[in-house]
Design a protein around this ligand. Structure first.
Ligand code: SF4
Ligand code: SF4
Length: 505
């Protein structure tokens, strides 16, 4: 057997559980799973049917991993898949969001998403997935920078710091002994760091004891779900735990990212070979608790809002009712999509759906199902507790003309909570609660300088390539987007440029 095929088979052998063996043995090839998969439903393309993916893994399993199969192959009675067959089907494993909807219509409840994850891991372990430039970059960025989009720590801190300082918001950095460690996945701090400020304001206003890390700036979502690189995923999780140890926190706070929720609540033990050391709390569960106990005042909005259930957070992790309960406090006009909860259609953005540019045309085609769901609600605003779902839905609303040009019709759930909170705080004259986190209130100046975002920004100015960081900030499209509503950020950037060019500074 050729080296790459051998590595492919060995990966399957290593990662396959008894449940997966049952899945591969029990499948009757009845094709009912296709009745639930948006990729197949919207196209009718057999190559997008769930079984197109599972058939390859079943054939590899039967040919190389069972005694009868090996004997039959050796006697020429069975044609085993070749390396070329494996290569040829690779793309189909990334034409799937591993959303798990197909399990709902399988009479045996078999999990195609698990088979897809096994397949992705095997392609990655065999080195074959690096033939895809996006997957290659996710792996190499994570290996080299521990950030799947390839941002450096100064870039993450510099950009977020710029936005926070522009609004006069503080965030606690590297505060030992805080209750919660808050790490944002790369997609969040790359694609929506300007919107993410609202999350910081919520935590500050509610007096939550939390800290952010100056070392761990990506949770590993993409390496776990897109590349399914178990070894790197383990490294990311261990580094995250080690940072929690170093900072002496009690819990890990999960932001609104369906993949993170799924990883931390369910799949971390696959990569680690043991349960995660720390208890985790999703920010949605936390916000609900804060609203209910009165620490987070909210005043409901009169906007007609519908909810997109993220597959990973609702169908696969069971958080759907938490989202609805939050919405019952923050809007007077909530309307359900049909179907909803675990039957909801996928946004088609997660697990590489949107990250791989070659999927764009197809993703938009199958998103007609989602667009029709949204249209039928008559909602003014779509919300979802997942950053990636929100980006994919925003694209869908634009492509299908549901949103007015330039309008943001989709918001992450914490943004809706923020609006309801801001309304309540404004009425009480308590807007200043949003600006200072509990962990920095009443601290002495030295502590404040060492643990505030202002202090960290000052440290960046001493980096030898600070001028390059300023170049990058000046060109950054997210900074430009922020500047459209916060023009004063350009003055801040000019100040940083002068600092970078000052020979005596
Ligand atoms: S996991 Fe989702 S996208 Fe993948 S085959 Fe099943 S229904 Fe389709
Ligand atoms: S519905 Fe279940 S048994 Fe039927 S083909 Fe799909 S996975 Fe196999």
């Amino acid at each position: 057997m050729e080296g790459e095929l051998k590595a492919f088979v060995e990966s399957l052998e290593r990662n396959m559980t008894p449940e997966d063996v049952i899945t591969l043995e029990a499948c009757m090839d009845c094709k009912l799973c296709g009745h639930a998969c948006a990729w197949y439903l919207a196209t009718g393309d057999e190559k997008l049917h769930p079984t197109y993916k599972t058939k390859l893994i079943r054939d590899v399993y039967h040919s190389y991993m069972t005694l009868e199969g090996r004997v039959a192959t050796a006697l020429g009675l069975r044609k085993a898949p070749t390396l070329e067959d494996v290569r040829e089907r690779m793309q189909s494993f990334w034409q799937c969001t591993a959303c798990g909807r197909c399990t709902l219509t399988c009479p045996l409840g078999l999990s195609t998403r698990r088979v897809v994850r096994l397949g992705r891991a095997a392609y990655t372990d065999a080195g074959l997935s690096r033939a895809n430039p996006t997957i290659k970059s996710i792996i190499e960025n994570t290996e080299n920078l521990r950030h799947s989009f390839g941002l450096t720590i100064p870039q993450v801190i510099g950009r977020v710091g710029l936005f926070l300082q522009n609004e006069g918001i503080e965030v606690p950095v590297e505060v030992h002994g805080a209750d919660l460690l808050f790490v944002c996945p790369a997609a969040g701090n790359t694609k929506i760091p300007d919107y993410g400020i609202k999350m910081v304001k919520i935590l500050n206003a509610a007096g939550v004891s939390y800290t952010v890390s100056p070392r761990v700036v990506d949770t590993g979502t993409e390496i776990d779900h897109i590349a399914v690189h178990h070894k790197l995923s383990r490294v990311m999780l261990e580094e995250w735990e080690a940072e929690a140890d170093r900072l002496g926190v009690k819990q890990i706070l999960l932001v609104e990212c369906g993949c993170d929720v799924r990883t931390l609540y369910a799949e971390a033990s696959e990569a680690l070979g043991r349960p995660l050391k720390y208890p985790v709390v999703s920010v949605d569960a936390l916000m609900l608790e804060l609203i209910k106990d009165g620490r987070l005042p909210v005043e409901p909005l009169n906007t007609r809002i519908t909810l997109h259930d993220p597959c990973y957070a609702t169908r696969l992790s069971g958080l759907g009712e938490i989202f609805r309960e939050i919405l019952s406090y923050v809007t007077t006009d909530f309307v359900e999509m049909t179907p909803n909860r675990e039957y909801n259609y996928c946004c088609n953005g997660g697990a590489g759906g949107m990250r791989l540019p070659e999927n764009t045309e197809l993703r938009r085609k199958i998103s007609v199902l989602k667009a029709n769901q949204i249209k039928l609600t008559g909602a003014e605003l779509v919300t979802t507790p997942c950053v990636v779902c929100s980006l994919s839905l925003e694209d869908t609303c634009n492509v299908y003309g549901l949103a007015q040009p330039g309008e943001r019709m989709v918001q992450v759930l914490f943004e809706v909570v923020y609006d309801a909170m801001e309304q309540a705080l404004a009425r009480r004259g308590e807007l200043d609660r949003m600006y200072m986190p509990a962990e920095l209130i009443g601290r002495d100046p030295d502590f404040f300088d060492a643990h505030s975002i202002g202090g960290r920004m000052a440290m960046l100015a001493h980096l030898p390539d600070f001028d390059k960081l300023v170049d990058w900030l000046e060109q950054d499209p997210i900074v430009k987007r922020f500047a459209a509503t916060h023009p004063s950020v350009m003055d801040q950037l000019r100040g940083l440029r002068e600092l970078a060019e000052c020979p005596n500074c």
